[in-house]
Write a protein that binds this ligand. Structure first.
Ligand SMILES: Nc1ncnc2c1ncn2[C@@H]1O[C@H](COP(=O)(O)OP(=O)(O)OP(=O)(O)O)[C@@H](O)[C@H]1O
Length: 675
């Protein structure tokens, strides 16, 4: 057997089982070795059945006292039962619908049985236990791996297949020298893989996991180092006094004065452009902190130097909103702005694309439609992606290829906790807009039970009388199997009852884009009072007149999403409210929601969410186009991030080019495999 042979080589895996393994992403022996358990089950042999709390799971050793009986209980339900005796006491074992066991197990033979122990009619009984013959051996305490499964594959299947492979003692490639392993007190790779599947103790799991986590972190850091090494550009902008004057003129034409935070970020961008390095900057700013105008200023700088720029937004609604805002800022200065979205009329699209190709159009705003192969630019100098967590590395790089190594700005309202940005965004410099525009009032957030919704609707009506508007967001479009409020149902209920005299509309992700657009437009212009929706309104919608955000079944959403949704109100100078309706009694969920009641600060919320739920949930690695870690948990493995960094530095210092190249290849392969 070698590591790259198909899993069909393993005994017991035929054609049918093979397809099930494929579902788990396991194709060859190597995949199986790297299919780590997600948890372990500790099995202990019990000394005396009298110590048992019924319902607990234990291993009981016993000798069969009879040859078993099969009893038909009803219809096609049968039970096979044996009585046993062992040092722990007397007990029965029973299985449902496996009559052939009567011929498998032998009277007077001794077995280890594992399962839930119940007490029925005064006798101990293990129902449907797993069992093995005494001869197969059993430690007093056994730790068994638990793997993620798919329908048709059992824990037993996986354990057996992995055990078969481990027994072959296949060699696993080690890329770290002994001295490095010793220096950082790490297990060898082969040893770690063996122990992660077949640990003898908790400490062995910890040691194995630590080694494999380090490997994951070395790989991702090497990958980003590589990306960063590509960051050279020929596009250098010499912003002179005259340009600076023009930039100041644009600033004074704006309907507001830039905040200190906005000023600083614009300053940093200007500094970046003086360097030979390609600008690759993430601009983080809490919801409503005013990132759009910073993007517009950056685009203006490129325009002054004869370069085109592009903004890519995650949704059409947002692209259109940016178009409107940016046109208002920049068109008076002679900049021609074009919108590129899906479903444009053929002739319109043709005209826009021609303008971008011949350079008469200076600035493009659009959705992923911009990446399509027929878009060409005259001289693209700047690529801005908005809410980058919606775009993968892959899409970003496609957009980059539209220019010759253009500069990059990424805008995000989702703050990335420090640990993550440090570990992962080695390739991005980060700046933060840390001040809010003047005159904003804190949004008041309250968590309520759904029984109090009537009161909230009354309050919304009062706000509407004051000419304000409200959002109502639901977790689902249509009623599913669970109890959650769906947007469609709620919309129907509301227009038939409390809001029968109110202008209410519904938007959700399954509606046609133009219909969605039209409704959002109406809401934006104040022609609709209440918008019932799903999270399509989450990102970026700017309606300063809206003052109430009511979120149904708020416990269903992550904190980052809730904070984003809340950020749709309180964008003007009116006092605003966010109401989180939930009937959950889950203490953890309530604790999360309380974070929002007490904080309006996106960064603090992100950090808390990160601590409460872990980065996987918060961050959604796949959404970023990044390979997911199998074992690493960035909220716990801070020390390992540092160790991995040191190891990588040592490899670089010692000119281990071949090793580093291999690590990078493996990283790239994973990125390519993300769907
Ligand atoms: N310095 C400022 N003073 C006053 N208002 C401002 C300032 N900067 C931006 N605004 C206004 O604040 C609102 C929010 O700005 P913008 O839409 O750019 O926020 P954002 O950071 O993109 O928020 P989100 O992440 O929610 O999309 C807009 O109505 C904008 O006109």
């Amino acid at each position: 057997m070698n590591r790259y042979e198909t899993i069909r080589r393993i005994k017991g895996i035929g054609e049918k089982k093979e397809t099930l393994y494929h579902r788990l992403g396991i194709f060859n022996i190597n995949d199986l070795l790297y299919y780590y358990p997600w948890d372990y089950e500790s099995r202990e042999v019990i000394d005396s059945l009298d110590e048992v709390i019924p319902g607990d799971k234990w291993v009981v050793k016993g000798t069969l006292m009879d040859s078993g009986i099969v009893k038909r209980i009803r219809g096609n339900l049968s039970i096979t039962r044996f009585s046993c005796k062992g040092e722990a006491g007397v007990f029965d074992v029973a299985w449902f619908n496996i009559p052939y066991l009567k011929n498998t197990l032998r009277k007077n033979s001794t077995y280890y049985f594992y399962g839930k122990i119940q007490k029925k009619f005064g006798r101990y009984v293990l129902e449907n236990p797993e069992f093995k013959h005494e001869k197969e051996g059993q430690n007093n305490r056994e730790i068994l791996p638990k793997y993620s499964l798919t329908k048709g594959l059992t824990q037993k299947d996986l354990r057996k297949a992995v055990a078969d492979v481990l027994d072959q003692k296949l060699e696993v490639e080690e890329y770290l020298e002994d001295s490095l392993l010793r220096e950082h007190d790490l297990l060898g790779k082969g040893d770690a893989i063996y122990k992660i599947h077949r640990p003898k103790s908790k400490d062995e799991v910890i040691g194995a996991r630590r080694r494999l986590v380090i490997d994951e972190l070395v790989e991702i850091q090497a990958g980003f180092k590589y990306f960063k090494s590509l960051n050279k550009t020929k596009i250098r902008l010499n912003v002179d006094r005259e340009d600076e004057g023009k930039i100041e003129a644009l600033k004074s034409s704006l309907p507001f004065v830039l905040t200190k935070g906005q000023q600083e970020v614009v300053g940093t961008i200007l500094d970046d452009l003086k360097k030979r390095k390609r600008m690759n900057r993430l601009i983080q700013g809490d919801v409503g902190s005013g990132k759009t105008v910073v993007a517009a200023l950056a685009q203006y700088i490129f325009f002054l130097k004869g370069y085109q720029s592009v903004i890519m937004a995650p949704t059409e609604i947002l692209a259109r909103q940016h178009e409107k805002t940016i046109k208002a800022f920049l068109e008076p200065f002679g900049i021609k702005v074009a919108l590129v979205v899906g479903g444009m009329k053929k002739n319109d699209r043709k005209a826009v694309l021609e303008g971008l190709k011949d350079g008469t159009c200076h600035l493009a705003i659009g959705t992923h439609a911009i990446i399509q192969s027929d878009t060409e630019f005259f001289n693209l100098g700047l690529v801005i992606t908005d809410e980058q967590h919606r775009f993968g590395v892959e899409q970003r790089s496609k957009l980059m290829k539209k220019g010759s190594s253009p500069h990059v700005l990424v805008m995000s309202a989702t703050p990335i906790p420090r640990t993550i940005s440090h570990a992962l965004y080695g390739d991005l410099d980060v700046s933060t807009i840390n001040t809010m525009p003047k005159g904003r009032k804190a949004i008041r957030t309250h968590c309520i039970k759904k029984s109090r919704l009537k009161k909230v609707y009354g309050f919304i009506l009062e706000e509407i009388q004051k000419k304000r508007q409200a959002f109502i967001v639901c977790p689902e479009i249509e009623q599913g199997e669970n109890e959650n409020v769906s947007a469609s149902e709620l919309y129907k209920d509301l227009i038939d009852s409390v809001f029968s005299e109110t202008k209410v509309a519904l938007v959700h992700g399954k509606m046609r884009a133009d219909k969605k657009e039209e409704t959002m437009g109406k809401f934006s212009r104040g022609e609709i009072d209440v918008l019932v929706s799903t999270t399509v309104v989450e990102v970026g919608i700017d309606v300063p007149n809206a003052t109430v955000m009511l979120i149904m079944d708020a416990d269903r959403f992550g904190l980052a999403t809730l904070h984003q949704l809340r950020g749709r109100v309180g964008r003007g100078s009116y006092e605003s409210w966010c109401i989180l309706a939930t009937d959950t009694s889950n203490e953890k969920s309530l604790e999360r929601l309380r974070v929002l009641e007490t904080s309006n600060d996106g960064f603090e919320i992100a950090q808390r969410d990160f601590e409460l739920r872990g980065p996987g949930d918060y961050f959604g690695f796949k959404q970023h186009g990044l390979p997911e870690f199998k074992l690493t948990d960035l909220s716990r493995d801070e020390k390992e991030i540092e160790t991995a960094k040191k190891i990588l530095d040592t490899l670089v210092d010692n000119n281990k080019t071949e090793t580093i190249e291999k690590i990078i290849q493996s990283f790239k392969k994973k990125i390519d495999n993300i769907d």
